[in-house]
Design a protein around this ligand. Structure first.
Ligand code: ASP
Length: 297
């Protein structure tokens, strides 16, 4: 028992058009509130992460669920994963179509033997387990992607620590606009787009999925958390990303619920709250947090 809970969400490493700034902040705060309600009631970190990400998936501001972008064939294929730091169970789906909440399908996968189901297999599993469908595959809004700030990509994620001391991490993404059919990035890959291990830490990434996968960035953050503070662990991992000429951002929690986050993309929408430390906050860049002298966690 830590006697402390904490939750951090992100709405993607990207460029945020000033017209979208408020929507990004509000979306992150709404997601934090959903996760906070679970944690305050003594709920599990995995449930808090799922609850927060469902809110982000329903918000077309973000490239996940409802706001997913289209691949080269004009279809929506989504990836999501959820990891339980207590058991190291992982549930993931990739290139899944036709579901409203990929993170909930990942949650349904959490206690299953396979860690990752893709495409038709994932969709069949979702149908068998009664996951909410979304037909057509996802309500594709005109202008998603490039219209939301130029990047045409990003991802949502969440990490949480519950009152029992358990950690969880989750990701959900609509992938890259115009990407190859069946392309899967880092988001559902453990040690790449996410990771969680009790007593050590939890991390969730957004950014250049191929570069994040090649460098196994989540595992680098987790290694950095063993003996280091979360902000430094994230910063050191991002240096490797920069060395490949790629960009991204990450949120992290250590086993004690200390928060770390950073990015080398222009913006990174982040929201967080920690028990006993005041109201939830949202930022669109690390520089904003530094400006107000707010040190997370
Ligand atoms: N990492 C995601 C992917 O490669 C995209 C992003 O976060 O920008 O699918």
């Amino acid at each position: 028992m830590t006697g402390r809970w904490a939750i951090v969400v992100h709405g993607g490493a990207k460029s945020i058009d000033p017209a979208q700034a408020e929507a990004n902040r509000c979306g992150c705060l709404a997601a934090v509130a959903a996760g906070q309600a679970v944690l305050e009631a003594g709920g599990a970190a995995v449930d808090a992460v799922e609850a927060a990400i469902r809110v982000l998936e329903d918000d077309p501001t973000f490239n996940a669920g409802r706001g997913s972008v289209r691949n080269a064939a004009g279809d929506v294929e989504m990836d999501a994963a959820l990891m339980d730091g207590q058991t190291l169970d992982l549930g993931g789906v990739a290139a899944i179509r036709g579901v409203r909440h990929p993170i909930t399908v990942a949650r349904l996968m959490l206690r299953e033997d396979p860690v990752l189901l893709v495409a038709d297999g994932a969709r069949t599993f979702a149908a068998e387990r009664g996951a909410e469908r979304c037909d057509p595959p996802a309500p594709m809004l005109p202008g998603n992607g490039a219209g939301r700030g130029g990047a045409g990509r990003d991802t949502v994620g969440c990490v949480a620590l519950d009152l029992q001391g358990h950690l969880a991490a989750g990701t959900s993404t609509g992938g890259l606009e115009g990407c190859a059919v069946g392309r899967v990035g880092d988001s559902p890959l453990p040690g790449c787009g996410l990771y969680a291990e009790d007593g050590v830490g939890a991390v969730s990434f957004s950014g250049d999925g191929e570069a994040i996968a090649r460098t196994m960035l989540a595992s680098r953050v987790v290694r950095g958390l063993e003996g280091g503070d979360p902000d430094s662990a994230v910063e050191r991992a991002l240096v490797r990303l920069v060395s490949l000429g790629a960009d991204g951002g990450a949120i992290a929690l250590d086993g004690a619920g200390r928060i770390g986050w950073n990015h080398n993309s222009r913006n990174f929408a982040v929201g967080y709250v920690v028990s006993g430390a005041g109201d939830a906050r949202a930022f669109l860049a690390k520089a904003e947090e530094r400006e107000i002298g707010q040190d997370a966690g």
